[in-house]
Write a protein that binds this ligand. Sequence first.
Ligand code: FE2
Ligand code: FE2
Length: 296
Amino acid sequence: MAKTRPPSLTETTQMLVDSAAKMSFDIDRDIDWDGVFDETLMHLPEHRIALYGTELWDTLSREQKVEFSKYQTASMFTIGAWVETVFMQTLLREVYSADLTTSDAWHLYTEVGEECKHSTMFGRIVARIGRSDYQPPWWARQLGKLPGIWTPPLLALGVALFFEEYFDAIQRESATDEAVHPLTRQINQIHVVEESRHLKFARAELNELLSASPLERLLLALIYGPVIFVVLGFMVAPAAYEDAGLDPKAAAAVAKKNPYWRQTQRWASEQAMRTYARLGIRNIFGDTFCRLAGAL
Ligand SMILES: [Fe+2]
Ligand SMILES: [Fe+2]
């Protein structure tokens, strides 16, 4: 029997452009921004909250738990928008040198357009549920400008894949959990559907091109661990604890040791770590950082 060959990159990008034409969202029309805002609902499944299962968690009232779930979610959406904005710089540089008449270029423009929409909806919900600024520290924001000047595309794609998989796991579960606030669920739902195309593209491009790009392979093998360690450390900003009336240092220390939160970090990282293993870039150096971050 003839073996079916995997689709070429151009066939994949054409399929993704077609899929975007059939299944895309309008964040003004498809999200009920003005609906009644129920203050009693959690914004994450309870077992995905950084303090869940700890002694500190047990001392909190239901209202405080809901409040913290709100600020943790606002912090995670803030980091999501930051990661997307950092990544968009590489996508734009890539499309700048692409042939405008190809589906590869159309897909890149579509992906940038979707990330703009995502970061806008994340910003809008943070404005609604957050209380503080949950941005990463100044030095990280400065480093995040680097891809606007230089990053090999496959390196950026390899790093972005981790965070796309990470958010996909958490948002996919959250989108279908009826205990989660409907506004947050709608946002998660939209993100999961549109990001599944970005993940298909990232996996296809890395599978096809990484083995032929030794420098990018080496760089990705060197930096995946440190980047994951640093960025996962930003997911729950100190301000999120503070906004819920907790001592940020003490609460962050509790979360860091919390086996439930570590399990969540590991679970959300699983798919990306498997992809990294398949691409052959995993190594002791990177994995040690991932272990320290709780991603392994
Ligand atoms: Fe996105
Ligand atoms: Fe994406």
